[in-house]
Every structure is written in C-alpha cells, then in structure tokens.
Design a protein around this ligand. Structure first.
Ligand code: AMP
Length: 115
C-alpha cells in the first residue's frame, strides 16, 4: 500500500464496498459510513490528492467538478431546504482520511459556527 493508498482508493477500486451514489471518469460519491446528518455523502476525486493543501494548479478543473457534483448529488438526494459542504484540511480540521473529499451534509438544521 503506497502512502497515497487510503481506504477511499480501495473504494474506487471496488476492493471494499460502499454505497455509491454517483460516478464519472474523475469523481466518485458515496454515503459516509458514519453519517453526521440524515444525508451525508462524500464526494472524492479518483486522483489520490491527500488533502486540499496538496492540490496543484492542474487540479483546478477537477476541484471545480467536485463542487458541481456535490450540488448535483444534493439535488438527487432530495435535500430541499439547504445543505452544507465541508472540506477538512489537515489534522487541526479533524481530517482522518488523507484522500481529498467534500462532505455533503443535509436533512437537518445545521449549526454555526461548526465545532
Ligand atoms: P474526514 O474526517 O474529513 O477525513 O472524513 C472522513 C470521513 O470518511 C468520515 O466522515 C468517515 O465516517 C468516513 N469514512 C471512513 N471510512 C469510510 C468508509 N469505508 N466508507 C464510507 N465512509 C467512510
């Protein structure tokens, strides 16, 4: 297993199961195994970028796609009344899986500021 090979790479390669809700050439979206809201989807690039800080200029289109897919997934999941998109970048943000991912959270009232 290489340094960039995380549990999400295994999901991309179908080595471990996940409840996949969207897939295209560059992006995958699946349900979070430990949901923090009634709807909690993770949107990830297939390219193993460990965290937002590690992205490079050539990743800009890929990252724009992630955000657009987050919107599409929220729509498809029927989140009508708003949702939150979160990226945890690094240890102080609470990142635990070092493969860039967007959390799409919805189906309940969110609080602000987040913890
Ligand atoms: P973060 O703390 O931002 O790195 O988020 C990692 C997220 O990945 C957490 O919300 C976990 O619940 C989720 N997670 C970890 N393993 C899996 C898995 N096998 N399938 C789906 N979600 C997972």
């Amino acid at each position: 297993m290489s340094e960039q090979d995380t549990i999400f790479s295994k999901i991309i390669r179908r080595e471990i199961p996940a409840d996949i809700v969207y897939e295209d050439e560059t992006t995958l979206a699946f349900k979070d195994i430990n949901p923090q809201a009634p709807i909690h989807i993770l949107v990830i690039p297939k390219k193993p970028i460990p965290k937002l800080d590690d992205s490079v200029p050539e990743d800009q289109i890929l990252m724009g796609n992630l955000l657009f897919i987050a919107k599409r997934v929220a729509e498809e999941q029927g989140i009508q009344n708003g949702y939150r998109v979160v990226i945890n970048n690094g240890p102080d943000a609470g990142q635990t899986v070092f493969h860039l991912h967007l959390h799409v959270l919805g189906g309940r009232q969110m609080k602000w500021p987040p913890g």
